[in-house]
Design a protein around this ligand. Sequence first.
Ligand code: PEP
Ligand code: MG
Length: 592
Amino acid sequence: MGGPATLRGIAASPGIAVGRVWVLDQRKVKTPRRDLAPEEVPAEVRRLHLALAASDRQLAEVRRKVEQLEGTEHTAIIDMHRMMLKDELLVAEAERLVREERVNAEWAVKRAVRKIKAAFSDVADPYFKERRADVDHVGARVIDNLLGEAPEVQEPPPEGAVVVARDLSPADTALLLHERKVAAFVTDLGTQTSHTAIVARALGVPAVVGVARVTQAAARGDWIVVDGARGLVVVGPTAGERDDYLQARERYLAHEREQLATRDLPATTLDGVTVRLVGNIEFAEEVEGLVAHGGEGVGLYRTEFLFLGRGDLPDEEEHYRNYRRVLEALAPRPVTIRTFDLGADKLPVGVKARAENPALGLRALRYCLRQPELFRPQLRGLLRAGRHGNLKVMFPMVSGVAELRAARRALADAAEELRREGQEVSLPPVGIMVELPSAALIADRLAAECDFLSIGTNDLIQYTLAIDRQDKEVAYLYRPLHLAVLRTLALICDAGKRAGIPVSMCGEMAGEPLYALVLLGLGLSELSMNGPSIPPVKRVLRAARAADGRALLDRLLALTAADDIERTVRDEMARHFPDLVGTEGPVGPAAG
Ligand code: PEP
Ligand code: MG
């Protein structure tokens, strides 16, 4: 390529990375099915064996590369995949299907894979459960080879690589960040509030999303700089630019360390109002980082991430173990665990979004109430884990009282069942996410039937303003300070206050320091955000007065245009916290 190319995208997760590009190949292959004439069978069996052999050669090549890069630490998994290619269950079964049922080899492999996975699913040992995903990978490779589309040798990205992809599902992101320790990622698609961005922020990995065509501009092995705070990507930087960014990285890390110094101080304002700052987590592993940033508990545990990146369902034991681990790690601090919010952009492997408009479809609580076999093990796991800490249960996407009542009934039934089995369980406090306009409008009625409210601004803004939170084209209209949003927030907080129950906020808006004074004015008792957002928000709160927040909120509610509201907030914040507010750029996490 020529000189350096600077590309702009959406600042999805702060931090600076300088590394080598790793482009992720994400083709999805559809397996064709064809019936064979009897005379075609021998050639098809040969084709099957050739594809198996080609797959083995490719894996041997991957192994060699991984070994070169990282030593033998990660080669065991590849060895296992190679063994699977020789396994009777796969080879003999696929061959049998070709001979006896006279189907093409692609289809036969797909069927054999399905059968092996079914056999594994009957074995309770978690090791075998893990193996189901491996069988899928191996099967996909053989099918690719049969289709003549030799899969690009897809070795995992080496540690420290910058992953470049067209788009990443939350599952891809989680796997990459958890298992591969990549340095940063950059995608063509995505927005600030897509779950990919949220996971990156939670794990403190820099990310820039919505960089149209970065996958065309960058090739594997190119140097790349990622500035996650400014939403900038430099492909092919000069040595001088690399040095500059490495120095900027050091400054950023030093600043982070400084922020952590407030870890043990409460978020109490100058006039004595204390707001509890808690964390949003997706995985039990995030608890440590959260506590290091000063998290006083968990305000939102997005349990659906247990599902993602795998093809089977977690069972009751797995739920129980996961929740117990988080509860014990934080006890006596509160942990609010949200039941599955599956659907829309969060779906398990193999489940396709069926609805034309999944954000308005069968997702979250609706989905769980429809699928008791999925909901019941979760509720039972939660109730059992509740003994090990300070548990609160929260239901997502509640649209009316009927759903809240049905969910509470399901929880009470699960408790009753456990008691009949001789287990000691008590019902935890139950709350709801207020993230639909309908729930906001009847927040008073909902508040009368639950123990706390938690405002999910990501969805609430999406549904109030009719802005798809995934759609870059309308991201400029996603304005947390729109008067309609502010009025809605005030309505919910007021309903909570009248009912005498706490109101929390767990959407991304809660973690933006620029909004801290407004949120203080709303009287929220708890703000839940990603760990790294806690220190800057705390800094604002500790230097603020709740009375100033209330006065500011009154002024904002008297304005009309979002531009005026945003400017007023920016001016007020600049007056009180001059080093926090820059002179350019819109107010708001998703305004890019
Ligand atoms: C929200 O909608 O604000 C929220 C916190 O839930 P999620 O981002 O998981 O949809
Ligand atoms: Mg939501």
